[in-house]
Design a protein around this ligand. Structure first.
Ligand SMILES: O=C(O)CCC(=O)C(=O)O
Ligand SMILES: [Fe+2]
Length: 307
């Protein structure tokens, strides 16, 4: 198992800002050594808010799923000439891509990763009963310059049980400069955040779901530190709905390909907006009554001291 400790002083980018390892961003913990111990996994989830499991899926299975994705991207003219399955070099159109559910549902090898036995057995064990995965699958190919803003998933999918977990899956090797997931350490324990932003809904209340687009704003407002690590194909990060995360910026000429999918006990309520044949079609809500995240944050008292 390779080690992923990043040397202090290593610089990465998030939303146009630079973060420095050992100062503002750190290496997260891994949980492979407790994988067989369900109680230890639960405890760690409570403590850390996330689990990183290296090589959760085997590389061959991931590469089969990746081939379905890359073949499609190729057919859409998104890849540079001569780009291979492994490198996925960005072509001239340079846009990020989300894949429709109706498309990914036709890809058995992708479904074998996100809904297959390995994943469902893990969540069944972790949750303590038969698990289901939300129908809506998020598959992302992120271009140069792209990164996700800082958010908690609860605002997007909190209309069913809150006992819901995201599994973020590296569908290829993702170096630090390709924009891996970034973790906001300890954010799941911030009561103020849970009770305000975490009680909002991006479909009903908020104009935009992101809490912020500035990693330093989050550091100063919430008093937290960031963590990030490179991933290899088949590594996963599992986290709960109140855990804040984002992604580093992809500064390479290669697509960063990953999926994020969600799991819960089959007996608990599901967020219906993410269930059914075509959950991409969420009716457009009326935005006129809504406030910006800045206005909300001022009301919640979640602003930087000096702003
Ligand atoms: O992949 C990303 O950049 C963001 C992923 C995310 O927000 C999630 O896994 O919930
Ligand atoms: Fe998310």
């Amino acid at each position: 198992m390779p080690t992923f400790q990043i040397p202090d002083g290593t610089k990465v980018r998030m939303s146009g800002k630079e973060l420095v390892f050992g100062e503002t961003i750190f290496s997260p913990r891994e949980s492979n050594h407790i994988l067989a111990d369900t109680e230890a996994l639960r405890q760690r989830m409570e403590e850390d808010g996330y689990l990183i499991i290296r090589n959760f899926h085997n590389r061959e299975d991931i590469m089969k799923a990746r081939k379905e994705i890359i073949d499609h991207m190729e057919s859409q003219g998104l890849l540079a000439a001569g780009s291979t399955l492994e490198d996925a070099i960005i072509g001239d159109r340079k846009r990020s891509m989300r894949f429709k559910d109706s498309l990914v549902k036709t890809w058995p090898d992708f479904l074998n990763i996100v809904d297959g036995k390995n994943t469902m057995d893990f969540f069944g064990r972790f949750l303590g009963g038969p698990a289901l995965s939300l129908d809506h699958k998020w598959l992302r190919a992120i271009r140069t310059g792209g990164n996700a803003g800082m958010h908690c998933d609860i605002v997007y999918m909190g209309a069913g049980t809150k006992n819901l977990y995201t599994m973020w899956t590296a569908l290829g090797d993702i170096t630090l400069d390709m924009g891996p997931l970034a973790l906001c350490m300890g954010s799941h324990k911030l009561e103020r955040l849970r009770n305000t932003y975490g009680a909002s809904d991006a479909h009903d209340d908020l104009i935009q779901g992101s809490f912020s687009n500035d990693p330093y704003d989050v550091i100063e407002t919430l008093g937290i530190e960031w963590a990030a690590t490179p991933f290899q194909a088949g590594d996963v990060v599992i986290f709960g709905m109140y855990f804040m995360h984002a992604s580093l910026e992809n500064t390479t000429n290669r697509f960063r390909i990953s999926s994020d999918t969600r799991y819960q006990l089959a007996t608990e309520a599901t967020d219906q907006r993410h269930m059914g044949e075509d959950p991409d079609v969420i009716p457009k809500a009326d935005l006129s009554e809504r406030k910006s995240i800045e206005e909300y944050r001022a009301e919640w008292g979640l602003v930087k001291e000096n702003s």
